[in-house]
Ligand binder design. Structure first.
Ligand code: COA
Length: 229
């Protein structure tokens, strides 16, 4: 029995109720209507045999035409919308929400409680920390890291109380190996050059790069057109 068939034993639905479930940020809103068990899985889903699913009592929804690559570890409590593609050896922790047509690259890690909006590409080996929000049609190049804990409080009193996720607007493009400090907001269609350390909010439509990143002018019109969104 294939991994997908095994997962289907939990529950198969004919039509994935995308709009109802995902129209706001509440995980599994309306779940009572669908009699969910642990996993709801759509049609044409391809889950590689070596994908691990961590049972934690939380419910997971997988839409139609989703692929999950070999070696990926997925926790209960994720929502993968229609046409999502997850690469090999990725980690998706609880509360990860990948909207339609998102690509989540190999070896990338989601710490959970984060949203990646539709048609966004998160390339390989990225770290998406808790409370990150990435808007639609974004391009995140490999080795990009988002942070959320300014005070680095793990195992100290107050840990988790002041976490601030990074927010990226629509159509943002991020070059390879960028670092975003906690709570930074990047406006729509901004471009962040390769190797940048983003310490401040970036206004919409601007090109920033450097270490720390600074304003280098406007993002080209071409960039916005290519985005096609
Ligand atoms: C930011 C970027 C878009 C700028 O491109 P550009 O406008 O064509 O810039 P240029 O190549 O003309 O360089 C202009 C100057 O900025 C510098 N520069 C360009 N990108 C830089 C960056 N990311 N960090 C620091 N300096 C940079 C150049 O060295 C050059 O300096 P100089 O005037 O002293 O010679 C581009 O450099 C970049 O980082 N692209 C992302 C590539 C990437 O990661 N792709 C992902 C593929 S998976």
């Amino acid at each position: 029995m294939s991994q997908t068939e095994k997962w289907r034993q939990y529950k198969v639905i004919e039509e994935f109720p995308t709009r109802e479930l995902l129209s706001d940020s509440t995980l599994l809103k309306g779940e009572e209507d669908f009699d969910l068990k642990d996993i709801v899985i759509g049609k044409s889903v391809n889950i590689a045999p070596t994908v691990s699913y961590v049972l934690n009592g939380k419910k997971t929804v997988i839409g139609n035409n989703v692929t999950i690559g070999a070696g990926t570890v997925m926790f209960g409590g994720c929502v993968l919308n229609d046409n999502v593609f997850v690469g090999h050896n990725a980690v998706l922790r609880e509360g990860t929400k990948l909207r339609k047509h998102v690509i989540f690259g190999s070896l990338s890690v989601s710490e959970g409680d984060c949203i990646i909006e539709e048609h966004t590409l998160v390339h390989s080996q990225c770290h998406i920390t808790k409370y990150t929000y990435i808007g639609p049609y974004c391009f995140i190049a490999p080795f990009t890291v988002f942070s959320n804990d300014k005070e680095m409080m793990y195992r100290r009193r107050g840990h988790g109380e002041n976490l601030e996720g990074v927010i990226l607007g629509k159509g943002v493009r991020v070059g390879v190996s960028c670092i975003f400090l906690p709570g930074v907001e990047v406006g729509d269609y901004a471009v962040i050059g390769a190797g940048s350390l983003v310490t401040k909010d970036v206004p919409p439509g601007r090109l920033w790069y450097g270490h720390p990143a600074e304003d280098q002018g406007s993002a080209s019109e071409e960039e916005v057109k290519v985005c096609n969104c």
